[in-house]
Design a protein around this ligand. Structure first.
Ligand code: PLP
Length: 417
């Protein structure tokens, strides 16, 4: 495994570090751990999520709808909190759809994307009245059949695999050959088929990639997406009603990551709306869907030191959590090069002290595999057995993207504070 040494400066995370250490939702981490009753656990800070959504709203043009991509963090309490803040949800499975429908968000503000939707999931979606974002011609055929069967029209949008790729994305999901969406050049043909069948196509969706920290490449992708979708909108028999421009806004994970220039993205989008979209499609619902950016920095994974050992010059802190709960922090969730996520000793999060000077340690999880690495040679104030370690940036693709059955440990608890 490629290992790089990156000194961790926990000051970059959004959580409050009072003299007593790390606070989550105003509660000291140690007391929160007692309240939760066991470690390890994930804690999500309600106020940080609220603040982030407000920042996005402030930066984006007012008539852009903000949708939350549930797969980033599907915890029901998080969804309920976000239901009052965003305009809609994007789901990617029948299970996520059920959770989304449990919230006050109305069905016509829920979109269902994803390749390989099963017939049962498509039935759920049509019965619920959510927007199905079609990913292929065969999916269209299946939706047609079961909409007939249910005696209910399907709300349809077409996910387009663009003819360009998003630069700078940590994970690319558009351009070139893809399992996602319909290739742009084949869209006119499919639109004709949908029209001939008397079905109602609301509009289009492009999601080109995830974890992008570069405002310039997001701007470039949004321009290209708008131009492509405006061209495709000309093939529709009626007015364009829905234009989902995707998202993919990234968050900083390592010290040298620069946070995204959000206003720089927002002003460009306002310009695109004013000059390109609104003149032709005044009433279309223009949406962005964000997952990681809304919740990623609002979560922390808390795990307790169960052993402290020296081995040939390296000090290891062995904790009771690990990659089975927080795979991404171990560097095994699509990363090319492993970089440390920010970590801290929770009650010493304000930094080292005379009785707890800084030391270089390697924080490993409790799984019997060398992949279970949470902090490789990080600088931390001295920690003892029983101390809580905080792994930051754990609010998105944490528990939900981790192999929790691996090695048979209990599931982690999640709390929204
Ligand atoms: C995963 C996903 C998202 C969210 O991506 P983030 O990088 O977390 O913002 C949005 N839309 C679709 C279709 C997705 O599959």
């Amino acid at each position: 495994m490629a290992a790089t040494t990156t000194a961790t400066t926990p000051d970059e995370t959004l959580f409050e570090r009072a003299a007593g250490g790390l606070h989550i939702g105003g509660i000291p981490a140690g007391r929160l751990a007692e309240r939760v009753g066991s470690t390890p656990f994930f804690a999500y800070d309600r106020a940080l999520i609220t603040r982030r959504v407000a920042a996005v709203r402030a930066a984006l043009p007012a008539d852009v709808h903000l949708s939350y991509a549930v797969k980033a963090n599907p915890m029901p309490a998080v969804l309920h909190h976000l239901a009052g803040l965003v305009d809609g949800f994007d789901v990617a499975s029948g299970g996520e759809l059920r959770h989304a429908l449990d919230t006050p968000v109305s069905a016509d503000r829920i979109s269902f994307a994803g390749p390989g939707k099963s017939t049962a999931e498509l039935r759920q979606a049509v019965a619920a009245g959510v927007t199905v974002e079609l990913e292929s011609a065969t999916e269209l055929a299946r939706v047609r059949e079961l909409a007939d069967d249910l005696g209910r029209p399907a709300r349809l949008a077409l996910r387009v695999n663009p003819d360009f790729a998003l630069k700078g994305a940590g994970m690319r999901m558009g351009g070139g050959p893809q399992q996602f969406g319909v290739d742009a050049e084949r869209v006119p043909e499919l639109v004709a088929e949908i029209t001939a069948a008397g079905l109602d196509l609301l509009g289009f969706h492009v999601f080109a990639g995830s974890q992008n920290l570069r405002a310039d490449s997001i701007r470039e992708a949004q321009t290209a997406t708008v131009e492509l979708l405006l061209r495709l909108a000309d093939t529709l028999p009626g007015p364009l009603r829905y234009l989902n421009l995707g998202g993919g806004f990234g968050i900083p994970y390592a010290t040298r990551d620069t946070p995204l220039d959000l206003p720089g993205v927002g002003t460009h989008l306002a310009d695109l709306l004013a000059t390109r979209i609104r003149p032709r499609h005044p009433a279309a619902r223009v949406a962005l869907e964000l997952g990681r950016y809304l919740v990623g920095e609002a979560g922390v994974y808390l795990t307790r030191v169960v052993d402290r050992k020296e081995s040939r010059g390296t000090t290891f802190l062995v904790v009771d959590g690990g990659l089975h709960h927080q795979l991404a922090a171990s560097g095994n969730f699509g990363q090319v090069i492993r970089r440390n996520y920010p970590v801290a000793v929770a009650h010493r999060a304000a930094g080292p002290t005379a009785d707890a000077p800084s030391e270089t340690v390697t924080v490993v999880g409790c799984l019997c595999t060398p992949l279970d690495l949470l902090g490789d040679r990080v600088e931390l104030p001295r920690a003892e057995i029983g101390d809580l370690i905080a792994v930051f940036q754990a609010g998105a693709y944490g528990r939900t993207a981790s192999p929790s059955a691996f090695l048979g440990h209990p599931e982690p608890v999640e709390v929204l504070v």
